[in-house]
Design a protein. Structure first.
Length: 301
């Protein structure tokens, strides 16, 4: 069965190849400018992935520094004390945390759109709709995705979304700087960009570039974003990430946690012992240096 898209969604669709608007046809969509057709897949999703190679030009400014050492707070995320959306009583979906949810924006109007970039099985749909958004789920190849597309060449017009969410996607992107530019392009001014990216997780599902906190900052800045927060995921330590994903795959979570616990405690004790490590390193540094993944919150000014 074909996914149905509202007029609100059809209005923002654009040819991923040339960027011109596409028109709805029985088979899917057509670009009258470059004559490319985009059809529905067997799973019923409109397939807006690139049909032929496309060149994307980037420029880099060399000889500048990203930031001086103490300029940015890379500490763990605390709950937003003035959240825009009330999620109490809502189950926190996979990969998200209560802290991160507390930074979700509220939709400004009834036609406000959000993009779940790399939506997978659309597990984030509920929380995005609770925040008042019309949900647009895009993935490269998930059979459950409402729409297929390439994060390097998003099939949307400029300034289409108030909110973009991208959870555990960035590490799977071959050209992260291009994705950042694309996310920036389709986000509205004042829009929020929230996501997570693997750091010390093992290689998984063709991951390319796992990001450090500085790498995440650099990628976001390159895209043009104002970076609000980059924070380590405290409960997803390197021990948990490595154990759950690769060392003991499919081991029940509680068993894995109990195996990892002694090592985590030992690590904490070791760091607290103090004399053996440089004094400048703090508990926050330990959490940041040994996290499995980072969370980021950025805006388009
Ligand atoms: Zn076109």
């Amino acid at each position: 069965m074909q996914h149905q898209y509202s007029n609100n969604i059809w209005r923002i669709l654009a040819c991923p190849y040339c960027g011109h608007p596409v028109e709805k046809i029985d088979l899917g969509a057509i670009c009258h400018y470059c004559h490319e057709k985009y059809v529905y897949t067997d799973s019923g999703a409109l397939d807006l992935r690139l049909k032929k190679p496309k060149t994307y030009h980037l420029e880099f400014e060399l000889g500048t520094s990203l930031l001086s050492k103490s300029e940015f707070d890379f500490n763990k995320l605390s709950k937003n004390i003035t959240p825009e959306v009330n999620f109490s009583g809502t189950r926190v979906p996979f990969h998200l945390t209560k802290e991160l949810l507390s930074y979700f924006p509220r939709a400004k109007g009834k036609n406000s759109l959000m993009l779940d970039l790399g939506c997978g099985d659309t597990v984030h749909r509920e929380v995005c709709e609770l925040a008042g958004f019309e949900y647009v789920g895009l993935d490269y190849n998930s059979p459950r995705a409402p729409m297929l597309g390439d994060a390097h060449s998003l099939p949307f017009k400029d300034s289409s979304f108030e909110f973009i969410l991208t959870i555990a996607v960035l590490e799977h992107i071959r050209f992260p700087f291009v994705m950042m530019r694309e996310a920036y392009r389709v986000l509205k001014a004042d829009g929020r960009f929230i996501g997570t990216v693997a750091f010390l997780e093992p290689f998984h599902s063709d991951s390319y570039y796992h990001h450090t906190h500085l790498g995440t900052f650099n990628s976001l800045k390159y895209g043009g974003f104002q970076v609000e927060r980059i924070a380590p995921n405290k409960s997803w330590s390197v021990f948990m990430a490595q154990s759950r994903m690769d060392i003991f795959p499919r081991m029940p979570r509680f068993l894995c946690k109990s195996l990892v616990l002694p090592l985590s405690l030992l690590q904490k004790l070791w760091w607290q012992a103090g004399g053996l490590i440089p004094r400048s390193e703090t508990k926050s540094d330990r959490i940041r240096n040994t996290t499995g993944a980072f969370t980021f919150i950025a805006t388009k000014e």
